[in-house]
Design a protein around this ligand. Sequence first.
Ligand code: SAH
Ligand code: DHB
Ligand code: MG
Length: 233
Amino acid sequence: MRTMLFGMGDAGDDGAIWTAVDAYLADHLIAKDEVLEAALRDSEAAELPPIQVTALQGKMLQMFARMAGARRILEVGTLGGYSTIWLARALPEGGRLVTLEAAAKHAAVARKNLERAGLLGQVELREGPALDTLPKLVAEGVGPFDFIFLDADKENNAAYLQWAVRLAHVGTVIVTDNVVREGSVLDASSKDKAVQGTRRFFEAVAAEPHVTATAIQTVSGKKYDGFALLIVD
Ligand code: SAH
Ligand code: DHB
Ligand code: MG
């Protein structure tokens, strides 16, 4: 442990201590769950990118949704449905979750994982680029949502914020994942579209009069990153 402690916070740290602490915390705070574990196993078997939230982050999202009293949840970026399962389990009887996913392969894996979780009655998975499916939700009068999780392509996060606000009501909680990306958010001249998208997202938040917002940097079993937390006013 000595070397790990000296390594804490070093720029060269490969995150071993963050992963070890996450394992310690999860060991105490996260109950063993066959359905969530099977979702991770099948996502890996299907070779989906292993970029889902950690268990501790999934539980945080679930707790945020409960704190918000969410009956209607919107997720942008389903992947294999891991965060979807955490969030859907926050719903009360009669609650609904809509999750949007562009990649047909990811959606197929997610549908199986959600079926195994017994959540297809509450969860609607809509396939297609979110910039197509979000306007449809507005046109169909779906919503407003009480809790919205933005976790798709970071390039479009400023646009997703605008749609989220349209699909919200006063008091809606919006969480945006991956807004720090190892500090790359600072690089104004970055050629990475995700970095530029994240920077446009923060400019959009700053220019949006109807939100109260903060952002928190995180370390975890994933890389150094962070999330933004907003309430619609
Ligand atoms: N929320 C998931 C992780 C999502 S990863 C979890 O934590 O478990 C990001 C997902 O967004 C990927 O599955 C990717 O295919 C999807 N995505 C990328 N671009 C998209 C777009 N334009 N519209 C909708 N989904 C998109
Ligand atoms: C990526 C996407 C995510 O949603 C995430 O949590 C981590 C990484 C990515 O596209 O690399
Ligand atoms: Mg993410």
